[in-house]
Design a protein around this ligand. Sequence first.
Ligand code: PML
Ligand code: MG
Length: 268
Amino acid sequence: MSRGNLFSIRMRSAKSGGHISGAEGIYERNDISSIVKEYTDRALIHDKGAADEIRITVEELKEKPKKISSLPLFTLNTRNAEAAKKAAKAILTSIGITERAVEEAFGALDVGITMRGAMLMNIEGVRLEPDLLRGVRVTRMGITQKAATELSKKLGRLGLNNSAVKEALVLASKVHKYRMVLGELCISDDPNYTTGYVATRTHGYIRLPHIKKRGVPFGGRAFFITGGEVKDLIKYLQITPVLINNIKPCEGVVTLKEILERKAHRQP
Ligand code: PML
Ligand code: MG
């Protein structure tokens, strides 16, 4: 990704007005037609049903992307939704997010509405995004070809080389680069995808298997944020182009205790 201008390619699809899927990346001009095909195919065969509306945006970036590393990735051995929630709570409260906020986030992700974007919550659980129905969609992020190959290799060793993991890791890595964001909770809205994650700058990206029961067609993301200008944060999340060019370790299954203890040895 060195020569020529870069393009943000974004897709979102809907059925009867409801959100079905989204995908996003930063690519070179030569890749545009194959990516548009890939995103269209994906929208047409989604587990949530075939979309009746697919919107694809191809836009040249006016700004050079900021290059960042991915968050390190871990998986916990959570066996059911209760264990996943307990682990999410332990990790998120260890950095100052209140238990109430984590409860609020789980509650809001469970009401049966899938927002297009993420919720923004302060550490007390108060919603701060200007549009409570749409949320804030993170856009203009991607991964260099070299880093993508490296990530596929590392995830492949763990049997995790799929687009759900890769795209969520890229998104979370962009989000957590911004200091105002303390933590994230994500539950997939795909009915067949039951692994969610929490992320923080100190702990990394921690996958939580069985966070929801198979067949549940809703989910979403909550970002827990601390003091600062919400409009600057939204501008960063939506507008600032970010490219992952370095991959941090991707580890297999670890214990919650290890995650909580490792925190102390990491640079925030
Ligand atoms: C989604 O795209 O709906 C969210 C995917 C979360 C991926 C969690 C993981 O397996 O790491
Ligand atoms: Mg999804």
